[in-house]
Design a protein. Structure first.
Length: 174
């Protein structure tokens, strides 16, 4: 099995070591870095992939438009662009950071930087091994689904969606 090294960080998000993502202890670590992206279409629909059943973590869950871990010796911004290209086969898209969560201060499982991007068209090509399908949901539809079936979403999804809505309202986008 190929090594997938992830930086371990302290409570200030400073690198203190590394761990292999395949290590059984990895699942319990909160001192690692992740990224998440919400993509929004021109008609204000959020791109919501459903993870495939073969995923090691959170199989069949609804997910962020893109999500992943920050690899060792990689920064958050590099990671979000890498993951966007890997999962949705998109590049040359402008992304803006809108939230940063620290698991020592907020109720999140890991250090997490979140981004938003805007696309003109629906996504036709994507990683079909990792993504079962993609839905396009309005904020209202997504909030209703979250309220009715929170168990179908990754942890902290609601917190992230609220942060996104606040960011978009504060910037006159919603």
């Amino acid at each position: 099995m190929k090594l997938e090294l992830i930086d371990l960080v302290n409570e200030n998000d400073e690198v203190i070591g590394v761990i292999d993502r395949n290590d059984k202890e990895f699942i319990n670590k909160k001192n690692v870095r992740g990224i998440a992206l919400f993509l929004i279409t021109k008609d204000n629909k959020i791109v919501v992939p459903k993870r495939s059943s073969n995923r090691r973590l959170f199989p069949n869950y609804f997910d962020f438009s893109v999500a992943g871990m920050v690899d060792s010796k990689e920064d958050y911004k590099t990671a979000i662009y890498r993951e966007t290209k890997e999962e949705l086969l998109l590049d040359n898209i402008e992304l803006k950071e809108f939230a940063y969560f620290n698991p020592y201060k907020e109720n999140v499982p890991i250090f997490l930087k979140e981004y938003v991007g805007f696309i003109k068209n629906e996504i036709s090509n994507y990683d079909k091994d990792g993504i079962a399908n993609i839905s396009y949901l309005s904020f209202e539809e997504l909030n209703n689904l979250l309220k009715e079936s929170p168990q179908l979403f990754k942890p902290c999804y609601k917190l992230s969606l609220n942060a996104l809505e606040n960011y978009l309202k504060n910037n006159g986008i919603l």
